[in-house]
Design a protein around this ligand. Sequence first.
Ligand SMILES: Nc1ncnc2c1ncn2[C@@H]1O[C@H](COP(=O)(O)OP(=O)(O)OP(=O)(O)O)[C@@H](O)[C@H]1O
Ligand SMILES: [Mg+2]
Length: 157
Amino acid sequence: MASGFAEVVTYGPEQTQALGRALGAAARAGDVFLLAGVLGAGKTCLTQGILWGLGLDEYARSPTFVLVAEYRARLTLYHLDLYRLDSVDEVEALGLDEYLYGDGVCVVEWADKAPGAFPPEHLFIRLESLDENTRRIRLTADDERNRSLIEVATAAV
Ligand SMILES: Nc1ncnc2c1ncn2[C@@H]1O[C@H](COP(=O)(O)OP(=O)(O)OP(=O)(O)O)[C@@H](O)[C@H]1O
Ligand SMILES: [Mg+2]
């Protein structure tokens, strides 16, 4: 059985994007990727890779002011950023379920701001800065689908 935890270190944004690209290439409708980590940890960088992996040759920006950006790729990518939200109530008011249980792929930056707002089937990815170009990326999953995505992602870096 695939493991529910992996840790990788990337040495530059391209490597973090490569990890994302592998996830995007393997993604299926309904997949949920929850990203955590401080400002500049690399969440948007990883999301960029996911978008490329979904086959769309566009730039992903942090949707900090719009909260949700939608990209029409092989599957629709819903890119959410909860940074500006102050309370779980606000998260609920956003009506995330439309994205989380929709027919696209959902990537959520600052997902740790809304514990409990997400389906149990998700891939949780925590990014940490070790130095300027080095990031530690920890992936955790509790279900078989997302465990297999951990294998896919770690094989890419
Ligand atoms: N190994 C690495 N992986 C990812 N990004 C890296 C790495 N090394 C350096 N960087 C740089 O770190 C920055 C990461 O910025 P990014 O916007 O992805 O962070 P973020 O976690 O989305 O921050 P925010 O919370 O502000 O949205 C980029 O400038 C990127 O080039
Ligand atoms: Mg960001």
